[in-house]
Design a binder for this molecule. Structure first.
Ligand SMILES: O=C(O)CCC(=O)C(=O)O
Length: 241
């Protein structure tokens, strides 16, 4: 594991201002390579989609999730235990923060990526999840699937309703490399561009402040709907006014 020093206070301040922060070379290439091999072996080249067709079509999101720790794959525990990641998480979420789960997201070439969304409704600014995204392989232009974020949008309330994909003023393109850590506030408007020439992988160690309900990410906000994963149901149609 990489032991390079990090400036916890600066990173936490950037996160507070922007709702996301990208730290290159946070994890060393060898440990990332090990996880990447496990992930690619698990998925093979032709994974089935996991969500139903209504979700896939309406959300314009094509990603296959895997929860390796729930299946006892111990190789993923090392990241969770990393003292620098824990120090950063505490600086952002405060004492008593909790890990939620580790979710690998896999996308095949030629799929649409993920439309703009917020991981949970921003109805209460204090109720949110923190995405701790670890990249085990480069997101190059050849792979596609760059992550888009709107800086400061974690403080702008609801993602505006409308067409699922669009451009927002001030949106920023992230191109994480192997070993990059991206910390992303669940209320921050974010999107993954279509996947181009190779499979795309990201691994999300979700966490939340003390007292946050375990199911805080059950309802996801898209520009055209709110969707509840536990019941696979559209719980609100959203129309631009
Ligand atoms: O994989 C990424 O870069 C972003 C993941 C994402 O959109 C999410 O976890 O909600």
């Amino acid at each position: 594991m990489n032991r390079a020093r990090i400036d916890v206070e600066r990173i936490a301040a950037d996160f507070e201002r922007d709702g996301f922060v990208l730290v290159e070379d946070f994890f060393d290439a060898a440990s990332m390579g090990r996880l990447d091999r496990i992930i690619r072996r698990y998925f093979g080249e032709k994974p089935d989609f996991w969500h139903n067709d209504e979700f896939l079509n309406k959300s314009r999101t094509e990603v296959v999730p895997w929860f390796p720790q729930k299946e006892g794959v111990g190789a993923f525990d090392e990241i969770d235990a990393d003292p620098r990641l824990r120090a950063l998480t505490r600086a952002i979420l405060g004492d008593g923060w909790a890990s939620q789960y580790c979710m690998v997201m896999f996308s095949k070439p030629g799929t649409v990526g993920q439309a703009w969304h917020q991981d949970c409704p921003p109805d209460d600014p204090a109720v949110f999840n923190l995405n701790r995204l670890v990249y085990t392989a480069d997101i190059t232009d050849e792979v596609g699937g760059q992550t888009l974020v709107v800086p400061g949008s974690h403080r702008r309330g609801l993602l505006p309703a409308g067409e699922p994909d669009c451009d927002f003023d001030g949106q920023v393109v992230l191109r994480p490399r192997r070993g990059t850590l991206v910390l992303l506030h669940g209320h921050c408007w974010h999107r993954v561009l279509p996947i181009a020439g190779a499979c795309r992988v990201s691994t999300n160690y979700r966490a939340a402040p003390a007292g946050t309900p375990d199911d805080v990410t059950d309802v996801c906000v898209y520009r055209n709907m709110r969707y509840r994963f536990s019941t696979s149901a559209v719980v609100e149609e959203r129309i631009a006014r």
